[in-house]
Design a protein around this ligand. Structure first.
Ligand code: NAP
Length: 284
């Protein structure tokens, strides 16, 4: 890496931050594009976030990604928020234009892109079962509504949280029908027709857990499964999907796609295709 005095700095604020894969994939894309820039991980605690965001302005850092625990709190520290990020109530990217900070949530575009490129799913008119009702689900719901999915069912362990998510977000998407369910064995019979796509936006699978019932029974033949979780080995959900002959992909594609969207916002350059994804797939 050769940085000049005009080098552009971007980075990541998080706590913890040292296990993040973003520096690896962003710096690979910076190198492939020949940019005079660097992506730096910054360990920022919740108490330090306000000072750190002031530092973005003071040091003319071009932008940062935000990870746990800053995505919601950072919304209060920027000058403007992209409409999708505002709906979600969380930002994962800040762009600094001459001291004016704008927040975005690139998970929306990241998910839409990866469903198209990795699973060949065009969301318009589709029936989708979204599992989970946390931050990742909020972004997924906006991605599905914005892409005009016909029907979205949300199933969560704590059903009240799924209901709340719909009360918050569903009115933004009058073209999509929504329903909420208890996550459990009765799910397949509860939703009236089989779905085209199942998205796992829970933490189930991070530590080799399974849902404990055949969740892929909700899908039609030829349907697709997207597991936002990524692990060294295929998750139990991905194994179940493939055993049923369904197409399935894990969360690395979304991680790369949200990173590509952030890169594009900071540098106004499309990162070289597959560079971020290949960087994620490389061993340490
Ligand atoms: P979050 O806000 O903490 O929400 C966690 C969700 O997981 C909730 O719906 C929770 O249900 C559910 N859950 C946790 N343990 C469960 C269990 N044992 N059984 C059933 N449900 C369980 O987290 P998040 O930010 O939404 O992230 C969710 C997952 O998506 C994480 O694994 C994260 O790594 C992944 N993610 C991936 C990407 C990507 O780029 N690939 C991006 C964002 C997130 P309750 O409401 O009942 O607690």
């Amino acid at each position: 890496m050769h940085l000049s005095g005009k080098a552009v700095v971007v980075g990541l604020f998080g706590d913890p931050v040292k296990h993040s894969l973003s520096p690896r994939m962003q710096n690979a894309a910076i190198a492939a594009s020949g940019l005079d820039a660097a992506y730096v991980p910054f360990h920022v605690t919740a108490e330090q976030l306000c000072d750190a965001v002031a530092g973005v302005r003071a040091m003319a850092i071009r932008g940062v990604n935000l990870t746990i625990p800053h995505k919601e709190a950072a919304c209060r520290l920027v000058d403007e928020i992209d409409p999708h990020a505002k709906m979600i109530g969380a930002i994962n990217t800040i762009v600094n234009d001459d001291g004016r900070l704008k927040g975005y949530n690139t998970d929306v575009l990241g998910l839409q892109n990866v469903l198209k490129t990795e699973l060949g799913v065009d969301l318009a008119g589709r029936r989708v079962l979204l599992v989970g009702a946390g931050g990742a689900s909020r972004a997924a719901l906006v991605a599905l509504g914005q892409a005009r999915a016909a029907w979205v069912g949300i199933a969560n362990r704590t059903r009240a949280r799924a209901q709340q998510l719909l009360e918050d977000l569903a009115p933004n998407f009058p073209g999509t029908t929504f329903a909420h369910y208890q996550l459990g064995p009765s799910l397949a019979s509860a939703s009236s027709e089989p779905v085209d796509l199942l998205i796992n936006a829970t933490a189930v699978g991070l530590r080799d857990e399974a849902f404990g019932f055949p969740i892929c029974a909700c899908l039609r033949a030829g349907g697709a499964v997207y597991d936002m979780v990524y692990a060294a080995e295929p998750t139990r959900l991905i194994q179940e999907a493939r055993a049923r002959g369904l197409v399935a992909a894990d969360g690395r594609g979304m991680l790369a796609a949200q990173g590509e969207a952030a890169f594009q916002l900071w540098f106004a350059v499309t990162p070289t295709a597959q560079v971020m994804r290949r960087a994620l797939d490389q061993d340490e």
